[in-house]
Design a protein. Structure first.
Lengths: 375, 188
């Protein structure tokens, strides 16, 4: 990190100016607008301007039945749509008191963890792309396509899944999916060695990410940062462990953490989490119970009056659905706790003092999806 | 005049043999416009401008498996170097002025693809009482090709680009006239 005062040179005329990074910028992961105040090339102040992707999801919920809102959650965080779909179904099930068969829970965990790997591939490899490394980007997206093929086979969609339904899942998994997932686990375990060689020992990558954008433990907790970004700062907080939901308590997996809190730590946490997700998938496939995949649920659910908050670990951190019901078929209010929103605003704390080029690295390492912030 | 075989295989061109009657002893030239069109369709450079979910499929079309580079499609970071704008996602009101500015910054001839249902008509986000979005990209800029889907597959996006190539080589898009019209409007 560089203190603006150290490059203070009397012979150079100091000029403070504002730069609009976005809304159209190749490395802002969508339509994100960062209003940066610069002194030369050093950031003095950074202010994210949000709302360029506001589509009124929460207002839509007040105009639709619970079933009609089902396609919306995967479109908030389209990179981990399966997890959001799972989370919304859990919230409604909790509100209505619907039991979910064990086989359905296992299938939900398998698909959610596959989707988490796909999302982390984009998070980690887009970050490498932001630093100028194009090969990892191509490799990561190639591996991701294998996951999308598997999920498409059972869910019918590549990106925005409505696979989880209230009380279970839409389709049972096929033999192709089962065998394909096994093959994919073996393939990806072999690929980690390639990524290790390609990225982790690359001197340019290390120089540009080590000690860049350090989020201290205190700052991370103060801003409500969650997910890999928080675990990169040394806090082992994961909703799957702290407030276990679904069948996660039945699996043994670790929560990878790093103490450094810099961009490199966040990248390493993502790569380590992919391995843990593979472990979960493998255990779930080994112990996949037989039985029904969906319990008997009325065509239109009508929850009793009341409210519930259901939290779950998305690929970006702790997400949650707060649903208020007035006893009708249409929700009275749905509030979404989006991890990207909290993670984004820690930028205002950590970016000042860095070069402008490092802002791209820091922004990439936090890995936000814009429609989830704006909703 | 022998015209077969002059164009790349994947691009349907105007059937010149019907337009220009072959006269013995007279050498026929293809119109310059056709040559320009051929050059254009093999180097359609889109703007890297993703708005929502469709942008991920747009990126997927650009990398390993689908690889749109083989059609001469190379994404550019700035509108000044781009030919095609892929409107990939929902258009909230806050973004309208940005899209208009980006479209104006692109040099003519310029083409627009509306990718996904949101960019066609508002898609799943269109309902009575929707306050946030514009129902379709064609409400603000002229659109040449519409690709349905939520989101469309990368193959569908490639099909959309091939469709634009067809429209250009068949002379269905009068880009010059459109540019003049825009310039007149700008002067007013």
């Amino acid at each position: 990190m560089l203190n603006p005062k150290t490059i203070d040179d009397a012979s150079i005329e100091q000029r403070v100016y504002q730069l609009n990074l976005g809304p159209q910028h190749p490395s802002t992961h969508g339509v994100m607008h960062l209003l940066v105040t610069l002194d030369g090339e050093v950031v003095i102040k950074l202010e994210p301007v949000i709302g360029y992707s506001h589509r009124g999801h929460e207002k839509m919920a007040e105009n639709r039945t619970y079933e009609q809102f089902l396609p919306n959650p995967p479109r908030m965080d389209y990179l981990s749509g399966m997890i959001f779909n799972h989370g919304y179904c859990m919230a409604v099930e909790k509100l209505c008191g619907i039991e979910v068969p064990r086989r359905a829970e296992y299938i939900r965990v398998i698909t959610a963890e596959l989707n988490r790997i796909a999302s982390h591939f984009i998070g980690a490899m887009d970050y490498a792309m932001g630093l100028g490394a194009i090969t990892p980007f191509l490799w990561g997206w190639d591996d991701r396509e294998h996951i999308l093929d598997l999920l498409e086979g059972i869910a019918g969609s590549r990106l925005t899944y409505s696979y989880s339904r209230f009380g279970g899942v839409r389709n049972d998994i096929t033999k192709d999916f089962y065998d394909g997932t096994r093959r994919f686990i073996d393939r990806l375990r072999g690929r980690f060695w390639d990524y290790e060689n390609l990225i982790n020992q690359n001197i340019i990558f290390i120089k540009r990410s080590q000690d860049v954008g350090v989020i201290t433990k205190e700052a991370a907790l103060a801003y409500g940062v969650t997910g890999p970004t928080l675990r990169g700062s040394g806090v082992a907080y994961d909703v799957r462990k702290q407030e276990p939901y679904s069948v996660y308590p039945e699996f043994t997996f670790e929560i990878p953490t790093r103490e450094a809190g810099d961009c490199l730590a966040r990248y390493q946490v993502r790569m380590a989490e992919m391995e843990q997700s593979l472990n979960i998938i493998e255990q779930a496939l080994d112990r996949l119970p037989p039985g029904p995949i969906r319990s008997k649920v009325p065509r239109f659910v009508t929850p009793p009056p009341g409210d519930c908050y259901c939290t779950f670990e998305s690929a970006r951190g702790e997400a949650g659905f707060y649903i208020v019901s007035d006893g009708s078929r249409i929700p009275y209010r749905i509030k979404v706790r989006a991890p990207s929103f909290s993670n984004l605003f820690v930028l205002t704390e950590i970016c000042p003092g860095h070069f402008l080029a490092d802002v791209i690295a820091i922004f990439g390492s936090i890995d936000v999806t814009v429609p989830e912030i704006d909703r | 005049m022998e015209v077969k075989g002059t164009a790349p295989i994947c691009i349907p061109t105007r059937d010149l043999s019907q337009e220009y009657v072959e006269t013995p002893g007279v050498v026929g030239f293809a119109p310059v416009q056709d040559l320009l069109d051929l050059a254009r369709v093999n180097a359609l450079w889109p703007l890297t401008f993703g708005i929502a979910c469709c942008a991920i499929e747009m990126m997927a079309a650009g990398v390993a498996r689908f690889d749109w580079d083989r059609f001469g499609i190379i994404p550019r970071g700035t509108p000044r170097q781009s030919d095609v704008m892929v409107v990939a996602g929902t258009i909230p009101h806050k973004l309208v002025s940005t899209i208009k500015t980006l479209y104006d910054q692109m040099p003519a001839p310029r083409y627009v693809i509306a990718m996904g249902n949101c960019a066609i008509s508002g898609g799943p986000f269109s309902y009575d009482g929707q306050y946030a979005i514009v129902n379709g990209a064609d409400k603000i800029i002229p659109v040449d090709v519409y690709i349905p889907g939520c989101p469309p597959r990368p193959e569908a996006l490639l099909q959309g680009f091939l469709k634009i190539q067809t429209k250009i080589t068949k002379g269905l898009i009068d880009a010059n006239r459109r540019a003049e019209k825009a310039a007149r409007k700008h002067k007013k």
